[in-house]
Design a protein around this ligand. Structure first.
Ligand code: MTE
Ligand code: MO
Length: 397
């Protein structure tokens, strides 16, 4: 059993699949803290969790200047460098340690909504395949410069940085993905090769000893157990870069899909979800006041500018209170975290209503808003489900 040596997990998780282990924490626990405790951070594994020993760990960095044409592997290795990473020891003196608070979200978050329209292939995440942590590591930019990928990478035609994981399937295929090189070398891009998560060595489930943390970019590119980094002319040709994590028209199905026609998901769109609703008929004869809590998040460094809440199915709206995170004055490109919000509806606003039809939509600093319907957004892989969050609450018997 390749899954015989999996780490222990928190009992509160809603488990999606056991082997590989995929699970989300309960919403109420998740929005309880701005920084998610490691034990409650959602877990998304495609393969068995590898058991990497720090003493065996060596990060390889490669510069691949010969591109591959027509999507075929044609590159030879150039400028190959090995480097000891991870843990607290070994040659990190040339690069400085950084800590970045960044939210990570799976592209399949809220896929249950897509399943409800028409079933798709994919894990049925409700709304909590997202978490926030303080990551410590070295900037990928510094490692690339140290390893001989020069600032003038464009002259060499280098356009992507690949991360190759140490987790393998039965045919020895490893998990890998890539990001655009401009994100990797941007000093304000904050991409880390992280070795600590919330002040602890990264837990095995999250990539021990080193994982890529790519703030603002979909979870799938935040490769765990990174064994190798490659600066390359072409995008990763890995399955999860080319044949998954892409979004298509509602009319596209498995018979006519052309994966090469769509870009790999990188930045995440504006998103929000309801985590808890207190009040209403809960323990009362007549519906009491409502307290609604949840999160909002946008990718690409865009901040959450506002969260609007409606209790009448979207006819009228009020802004929620952002408790933590979200937009900061003057920052348009470096908001890496979610915003936790809260909305209180007093009893007088509920008078005459038999039910509250709660809708939530967030707006980011580019004024992108969430789409209203999921039907218009259905896609065969069930990714990027970011329609309005909705929940109905009974107010009268
Ligand atoms: N990295 C490796 N090596 N193997 C994986 O299966 N899953 C990816 C990404 N990095 C994955 C990986 C996906 S799809 C997501 S959403 C995030 O890791 C989840 O990170 P987490 O388990 O730390 O929450
Ligand atoms: Mo994911």
């Amino acid at each position: 059993d390749p899954y015989a040596h999996e780490p222990e997990r928190h009992p509160a998780f809603k488990i999606n699949t056991l082997k590989p282990f995929n699970a989300e924490p309960p919403g109420a626990l998740l929005v309880d803290s701005f920084v998610t405790p490691n034990a409650l951070f959602f877990k998304r594994n495609h393969l068995p969790v590898p058991d990497v020993k720090e003493e065996d760990y060596l990060l390889e960095v490669e510069r691949r200047e010969e591109g591959r044409e027509g999507g075929r592997e044609g590159g030879r290795e150039g400028g190959r460098e090995g480097r000891r990473e991870g843990g607290r020891e070994g040659g990190k003196d040339e690069v400085v340690e950084h800590t970045v608070t960044a939210t990570m979200q799976c592209a399949g978050n809220r896929r249950t909504l897509i399943h409800e329209v028409k079933h798709v292939k994919g894990l049925s995440w409700t709304g909590f395949a997202i978490s926030n942590a303080e990551w410590t590591g070295v900037k990928l930019r510094d490692v690339l410069l140290w390893a001989g990928v020069p600032e003038e990478y464009e002259r060499l035609g280098l356009a992507h940085v690949h991360f190759i994981g140490l987790d393998k399937d039965i045919s020895n295929q490893t998990y890998e993905a890539s990001i655009p090189i401009n994100k990797a070398v941007d000093p304000r891009g904050d991409v880390l090769l992280a070795f600590a998560m919330n002040g602890q060595p990264i837990p095995r489930d999250h990539g021990y000893p080193v994982r890529a943390v790519v703030p603002g970019i979909v979870g799938a590119r935040n490769v765990k157990w990174v064994g190798k980094v490659v600066a390359s002319k072409s995008e990763s040709q890995g399955f999860w870069q080319q044949r998954d994590y892409k979004n298509f028209s509602p009319s596209t199905d498995w018979d006519n899909v052309d994966f090469d026609s769509a870009p790999a998901i990188q930045d995440m769109p504006i998103q929000s979800a309801i985590a808890t609703v207190e009040g209403g008929l809960e323990g009362e004869e007549e519906g009491g006041p409502l307290t609604i809590k949840g999160y909002a998040y946008s990718g690409g460094g865009r901040g959450v500018a506002r969260v609007d809440v409606s209790i009448d199915g979207g006819k009228t709206w009020e802004p929620a209170t952002i408790k933590e995170g979200g937009w900061k004055h003057g920052d348009y490109s470096r908001s890496w975290t979610w915003a936790l919000w809260e909305h209180f509806v007093p009893e007088e606003k509920l008078e005459g209503l038999t039910e509250a039809d709660i809708c939530v939509k967030a707006t980011d600093t580019s004024y992108n808003v969430q789409p209203e319907s999921i039907e218009a957004y259905w896609n065969l892989r069930g990714v990027l489900a970011n329609c309005w969050a909705r929940q109905k609450v009974a107010l009268r018997k």
